[in-house]
Write a protein that binds this ligand. Structure first.
Ligand code: BG6
Length: 464
């Protein structure tokens, strides 16, 4: 729909960007931090491990000053569970608490609202060794960990995010480094995470009635490959599996009926305790945060069809024989890393979520990974500016359509290590001088997009 005039973004719109602990911090075994699954996993050949990353742990003040220079209203970061509780369910590490306390204070010093994810793909290895999320005891460990965070930071953090991209951990665990298993085990883990999230949302509401908490899945509109009703039905099912399962539970506290039937069909219904459904029903998020990189396209994949079913990565479509097959979209261009680019799909996605749930929305990741070149101290990343500009325009259209959007974070604030494509896949406004296997001097450089985003924030999204 065309609009004669665009509505402005809210006056206190939260412009910012995001990172996650294991992708940016480094200091993987310093000051009492325990290993997470990301520290011990098998690294994709020819890409860096996560031991040093951006070395943000040792550059924290310098990095936050750069975000403040851009005029950030919010900074989304995650807390490393195993930095706070090294084995996941034992002693609390005071130095871990101190680091995040300092980071929060540093943000607040500049008037930057911390937006904190409590868990972003980095389960403590100590818990993984006891069965990880398949083990029901991990629910208690998670609730206790969050309780520690609420006690220590609840006075200063107003916006909390529970679990980053739970849906991608289930659908693309190999790509995001959380591991793969059978569909039955995955949906058991999923169920435990959902119960844990519900308990934590309730705990947060009880303990900290002045703060807000929400989930942070990766949501994208799913297009049918053609208007063949079989393809439309496949897209509808995949939308439920990929998107609505997670948000229906966070908002309405119920399992999506199509996903329930799909799990039944695949002998993958989770085992539950008698109270589980009541726990899910008792919790409700205050807002919806979501990550968007591009849309998905699927077609029907009837049983016995001669076509390879399989998983790719979090933005390359999934396939399952008998149900749906991921497909490219012939209308969309690609990034250098093979992800399609669909700004219009962003508007569609925002509107789909808002019309289904009517909750305030914040975008917690959106961005382009590319090979940046440092030349004479400059990085001319026009491709990143184009990507972000086109997405912000579409977000503005969605706001004009009437969706309630209160914030937008790009991915990422500063260069960091991609989940499975190394340091060379850069997303930041700030360039970090290192390569996958050469740590160089880790010096920070402002990219062209740094100055551009500063102007976007200063004009509250008008100067694009
Ligand atoms: C999201 C994750 O899936 O996409 C981030 O929440 C991740 O952790 C981002 O880095 C970009 O993906 P990738 O695979 O390029 O790192």
């Amino acid at each position: 729909m065309y609009h004669k005039e665009m509505k402005p973004f809210k006056k206190d719109f939260l412009w910012g960007s995001a990172t996650s602990a294991y992708q940016v911090e480094g200091a993987w075994n310093e000051d009492g931090k325990g290993p997470s699954v990301q520290d011990v996993k098998e690294i994709v050949p020819d890409t860096s491990d996560f031991k040093v990353a951006t070395d943000h742990y040792h550059h924290m003040q310098e990095d936050i000053a750069l975000l403040a220079e851009m005029g950030f209203k919010t900074y989304r970061f995650s807390i490393s569970w195993s930095r706070v509780i090294p084995d996941g369910d034992g002693e609390v590490n005071p130095k871990g608490i101190q680091f995040y306390s300092d980071l929060i204070d540093e943000c607040l010093k500049y008037g930057i609202e911390p937006l904190v994810t409590v868990y972003h793909f980095d389960l403590p290895q100590g818990l993984a060794e006891k069965g990880g999320w398949e083990n029901r005891a991990t629910i208690d460990a998670f609730v206790r960990y969050c309780d520690v965070l609420f006690d220590n930071f609840g006075d200063r953090i107003k916006l909390w995010l529970t679990i980053n991209e739970q849906n991608m951990m289930i659908l693309h665990g190999a790509a995001v480094g959380t591991g793969e298993s059978s569909i039955k085990s995955l949906y058991q883990q999923n169920h435990h995470m959902l119960v844990a999230q519900a308990l934590v949302m309730n705990l947060c509401h009880k303990k900290l009635p002045h703060v807000k908490i929400g989930p942070a899945p990766n949501i994208s509109a799913v297009y049918p490959k053609t208007n063949n009703p079989a393809d439309v039905e496949a897209a509808d099912l995949y939308t439920a599996i990929r998107n609505w399962l997670y948000l229906d539970i966070a908002v309405y506290g119920v399992y999506n009926h199509q996903v329930w039937a799909y799990l039944e069909e695949n002998d993958a219904l989770p085992d539950m305790e008698p109270d589980d459904l009541a726990i899910l029903k008792s919790a409700e998020c205050d807002f919806i945060a979501f990550n968007y990189y591009n849309s998905s396209t699927v077609e029907a994949l009837p049983s016995g069809t001669e076509r390879k079913a399989g998983k790719k990565d979090q933005q390359l479509s999934d396939s399952q024989e008998g149900f749906f097959a991921g497909s490219d979209n012939e209308y969309l261009p690609y990034t250098e890393f093979g992800w399609q680019i669909d700004p219009t799909g962003f508007r569609t996605t925002i509107n789909q979520i808002y019309s289904r749930y009517r909750k305030p929305l914040i975008i917690t990741e959106n961005g382009l990974g590319g090979f940046d070149k440092l030349e004479d101290g400059k990085i001319h990343d026009t491709y990143r500016i184009d990507y972000l500009r086109n997405h912000i325009k579409q977000m503005n259209l969605a706001v004009t359509d009437g969706a309630d959007v209160f914030g937008y974070c790009t991915w990422s604030a500063i260069d960091l290590i991609s989940t499975h494509q190394g340091f060379r896949k850069r997303y930041g406004f700030v360039y970090v001088n290192r390569e996958d296997f050469d740590l160089k001097d880790l010096k920070r450089y402002r990219k062209d997009s740094f100055y551009w985003y500063k102007g976007v924030i200063a004009s509250n999204g008008k100067n694009l």
